[in-house]
Design a protein around this ligand. Structure first.
Ligand SMILES: NC(=O)c1ccc[n+]([C@@H]2O[C@H](COP(=O)([O-])OP(=O)(O)OC[C@H]3O[C@@H](n4cnc5c(N)ncnc54)[C@H](OP(=O)(O)O)[C@@H]3O)[C@@H](O)[C@H]2O)c1
Length: 309
């Protein structure tokens, strides 16, 4: 357990079952221009998936698409770029049409696009609340509803959602972000129960801290330029590649929900799940206080040069 970096079901599938072949499967990944989505694209294309890749930054998306073509063993040309802003709901129909016109089908939709947010509850700007819900929740839900029509016509499909540890439990300075991720669980757990007889699967992926640009973005999506040491895996952050590889296994085996995280965060998932009372808060606080909050407090302090706490 000490060295586990995912829940035990996922680790079982990852180590004892071969990664299934995604050959001929059309996988649409949103948020594919960087971070987890980018590396998931590499993991899936190596297993033969045909990919539709979405993101906002066209330059980055093009680079990811080119890399996918280089490493793809099977369908060298079957990479389609579909750049769009997920919170621009008007373009969703057009994007779905673009993917269907190109591939004729969608097998897996991976709702991965998202933005982060760090602030004290009392200091959160209403515009940030709205922006985060618009991107992380309503954008993903709106796109899913459109793709779901296609899945229902085909009588099969798989919807994957990149949630977060913040979708399972709340921590300090994450209220808006955690609110969006909890909301995703509400929407997709209900959809799962509606889809039980429809051959449509839902996988909710809950990573803990992973190396990416997420915490360097402002809610408008602009990435702060910080030195690249932030891209290295640290003691508490899982590498992007490892997270994406584990996620690929969860998708291949259509796991309902999976937890992906280094310790001590993984332990907090179990505590939150199995001790839903007083002990839970105390234990979680004890487990992560000394590790995580210190780092966050430092970030909040360095942002405006003053310690606001
Ligand atoms: N990193 C972590 O610690 C962590 C932990 C748990 C869950 N997650 C979740 O993992 C997902 C991917 O994040 P990441 O860590 O890989 O961060 P990232 O490197 O910042 O990637 C975020 C992706 O989402 C896209 N995106 C952002 N705003 C968008 C918008 N308005 N419309 C369309 N696409 C948009 C970005 O596109 P552009 O770059 O082109 O703008 C980028 O491709 C997110 O849902 C995040 O909440 C991350």
């Amino acid at each position: 357990m000490r060295y586990a970096d995912a829940d035990l079901t996922l680790l079982f599938y990852h180590y004892f079952k071969p990664l299934s072949d995604f050959r001929n499967q059309v996988v649409w990944i949103t948020g594919a221009s960087s971070g987890i989505g980018e590396h998931l694209a590499y993991a899936l294309v190596k297993s033969g998936a045909r990919l539709a890749l979405s993101g906002v930054n066209v330059e980055r998306l093009t680079a990811v698409g080119e890399r996918c073509k280089e490493i793809s063993k099977y369908a060298k040309k079957d990479i389609l770029l579909v750049p769009f802003e997920i919170n621009n709901f008007e373009v969703h129909d057009e994007c779905v049409k673009k993917v269907l016109d190109h591939f004729g089908q969608i097998d897996i939709l991976i709702n991965n696009a998202g933005i982060g947010h760090i602030a004290k509850f009392a200091d959160v700007d209403k515009a940030d609340d709205q922006r985060l819900f618009s991107v992380n929740v309503f954008g993903n839900i709106s796109l899913t509803r459109r793709v779901l029509k296609h899945f229902l016509e085909r009588k099969k499909g798989h919807i994957v959602v990149t949630s977060s540890s913040s979708g399972k439990l709340g921590t300090r300075y994450s209220s808006t972000y955690a609110g969006t991720k909890h909301a995703l669980h509400g929407y997709f757990e209900c959809l799962r129960s509606e889809m039980l007889d429809e051959n449509i699967d839902i996988t909710l992926v809950c990573p803990g801290p992973v190396v990416s640009k997420l915490t360097r973005r402002s809610p408008t999506g602009k990435v702060e330029e910080k030195d690249d040491r932030q891209q290295q895996s640290t003691y508490m952050q899982m590498s992007t590649e490892r997270c994406s590889d584990l996620m690929a296994t969860a998708i291949a085996y259509k796991l309902d929900e999976c937890w992906i995280s280094l310790q001590p965060f993984l332990l907090t998932f179990y505590v939150a799940q199995y001790f839903p009372s007083k002990f839970r808060t105390l234990a979680i606080m004890y487990i992560i206080k000394s590790f995580f909050f210190k780092g966050m407090k430092k970030r909040l302090t360095s942002k405006d040069g003053t310690d606001s706490h």
